[in-house]
Design a protein around this ligand. Structure first.
Ligand code: ITT
Length: 197
C-alpha cells in the first residue's frame, strides 16, 4: 500500500515514518510524490484543517492521502496558540523566539495553572471511501525554561509530568510512544488495516 502524506513539515514527516515504519507501506511526502499545491488552512478545528490538507492533495493523485493538523493548546492562554500554532507570532519566526514569547506571557503563572496539551488530528482520504479523521492528545504543562534538543517546534517548553522533563528531552522513541501524533497515527493505522482486509 502506498500512502502520500500531505505535509511540508520535515520534522513531522520524520516522526510519521518512525511511527508507521513497521507497516511495510510505502510512505511518500508530498515533495517525494511531486505534488506541490498551495493549501489554505481555513478550518476552525484541527479536524477540519487536517481534512482540508488531505483533500487538497487527494485531488492531485489516486493514492491514499493522509494529513496531520496539530498544535499546542495552553489552558492559561485560553487555548492559544491552538490551530494557529505554526502561524503564532509569524510563520517564519524562529521557535526560540515563539517559545520565549509564550514563557513571557506565562510569567508568574503557577505550575498547576500551566497545563497544556499537544493535539493532533490525522485525516485520511481513501479513494472510494468516506474520509476518516482521528484525534490524539499529549497532556503536559509549560515549563519555566526551554530545555532539550530533540523534537521540534514547541517541544522545548512542553513538559511531561511523570518525567519532569521537556518533550525535547525525550528520545524520539519515548516521544512517539506517548505523543499526540503517535496516538493519532496508531488509531489511523488500525482503521486503514480494517479497510485493507
Ligand atoms: P503542514 O501543514 O505542512 O503539515 P505545519 O508545520 O504548518 O506543516 P500545522 O499547521 O499542523 O503544520 O502546525 C503545527 C504546528 O504545531 C507545528 O508547526 C509546531 O509548531 C506545533 N507542533 C505540532 N506538533 C508538535 C510537536 O510534536 N512538537 C512540537 N511542536 C509541535
Amino acid at each position: 500500500m502506498k500512502i502520500i502524506f500531505a505535509t511540508g513539515n520535515k520534522n513531522k514527516m520524520k516522526e510519521i515514518r518512525q511511527i508507521l515504519g513497521d507497516l511495510g507501506w510505502e510512505i511518500q511526502s508530498m515533495e517525494e510524490a511531486g505534488i506541490d499545491v498551495d493549501i489554505v488552512e481555513d478550518g476552525n478545528t484541527f479536524e477540519e484543517n487536517a481534512l482540508i490538507k488531505a483533500k487538497a492533495v487527494a485531488a492531485c493523485c489516486d493514492d491514499i492521502v493522509l494529513a496531520d493538523d496539530s498544535g499546542l493548546v495552553i489552558d492559561a492562554l485560553g487555548g492559544e496558540p491552538g490551530i494557529y500554532s505554526s502561524r503564532y507570532a509569524g510563520e517564519d519566526t524562529p521557535y526560540e523566539i515563539k517559545n520565549r514569547m509564550i514563557l513571557d506571557r506565562l510569567a508568574g503563572v503557577p505550575k498547576e495553572e500551566r497545563t497544556a496539551r499537544f493535539v493532533c488530528a490525522v485525516a485520511a482520504v481513501v479513494p472510494g471511501q468516506e474520509p476518516i479523521v482521528v484525534r490524539g492528545t499529549f497532556e503536559g504543562y509549560i515549563g519555566d525554561e526551554p530545555a532539550g534538543e530533540n523534537g521540534f517546534g514547541y517541544d522545548p517548553i512542553f513538559y511531561v509530568e511523570d518525567r519532569n522533563c521537556s518533550s525535547a528531552q525525550l528520545t524520539p522513541e519515548e516521544k512517539n510512544a506517548r505523543s499526540h501524533r503517535g496516538n493519532a497515527l496508531r488509531q489511523m493505522r488500525e482503521k486503514l488495516a480494517e479497510i485493507q482486509e
